[in-house]
Ligand binder design. Structure first.
Ligand code: IPE
Ligand code: IPE
Ligand code: MG
Length: 245
């Protein structure tokens, strides 16, 4: 039977939510004899093309891992460089993100960052909160263990005060207490630079994500790279524990 609504030639719907571990800036710089900060600069530049490609492909949510709760272990000068680039990114890109309908959200414990960065983050969330295009989620000072422990503490508190019954704690209640409340779980998690680990990123939310590891270094990741990972995603068979359809 011919189904007019979905002709055979139509491309499958894109993943709703892509999350990216943007890794390899340091190695990109090292390969060119440049300081690591040059890699981070080029990495920040790469973000724009990927955001635009997500908008064009009709992806609803893009999460970018910008700074992990473990990245404080880096030399203070590099941490300063990364924070400086976050500042520059937010100052430079907010207007265009807002103009193109992007809703910006942050996850992670960003409230401990420098006051002017906190102001920029709050301004970005406030300015764009009613936008209906791509939701861009930036993970800053983010770590899944902290996020999960925070949820456990708040849930335990509610049980302690009698507001919540132990038997009512389910997936939805738990997810509601995570930073990603209201955001669907990622369908696809991409990590660049050839490393094959999650580095404390979206551990709860990754339960049924497809994982894709590419050797490309983040500054080299562009629109075409995104299209290729989406093509690979479409070749995967997501079974969620059931048998193949
Ligand atoms: C990713 O690139 C950026 C952040 C983690 C903030 P890296 O700085 O980790 O680059 P490599 O892994 O040293 O090449
Ligand atoms: C993960 O990359 C964090 C971000 C991309 C922000 P890292 O380079 O910090 O991860 P590890 O240390 O290799 O696991
Ligand atoms: Mg790295």
């Amino acid at each position: 039977m011919v189904n007019n609504l979905s002709p055979k030639t139509a491309s499958p719907p894109p993943p709703r939510h892509i999350a990216i571990i943007m890794d390899g800036n340091g190695r990109w710089a090292k390969a060119r004899g440049l300081p690591r900060v040059a890699g981070h600069q080029r990495g920040a530049d790469a973000v724009r093309g990927v955001v635009e490609a997500c908008q064009d492909l009709g992806i609803s949510y893009l999460t970018l891992y910008a700074f992990s709760s473990e990245n404080w272990k880096r030399p203070p000068a590099e941490v300063d460089d990364l924070m400086g680039l976050l500042r520059v990114y937010l100052r430079r890109e907010l207007r265009e993100l807002h103009r193109s309908g992007v809703r910006v959200r942050f996850i992670g414990n960003w409230s401990v960052l420098a006051k002017d960065i906190v102001d920029l983050i709050e301004d970005a969330e406030r300015t764009t909160r009613h936008n209906t295009g791509l939701t861009l989620i930036i993970a800053v000072n983010y770590g899944s263990h902290n996020e999960i422990l925070g949820a456990v503490r708040r849930i335990a508190e509610q049980v302690g005060t009698g507001r919540l019954k132990v038997e009512d704690i389910d997936d939805a209640v738990f997810a509601h207490h995570l930073n990603t409340d209201g955001i669907p779980d990622p369908d696809l998690i991409v990590r660049t630079s050839g490393e094959k680990r999650l580095s404390n990123f979206l551990l709860w939310q990754a339960a049924y994500a497809e994982l894709l590891f590419t050797d490309l270094l983040w500054p080299d990741f562009n629109r075409q790279s995104l299209e290729e990972v989406v093509d690979e995603f479409h070749r995967r068979d997501r079974r969620y524990g059931a048998t193949s359809g």
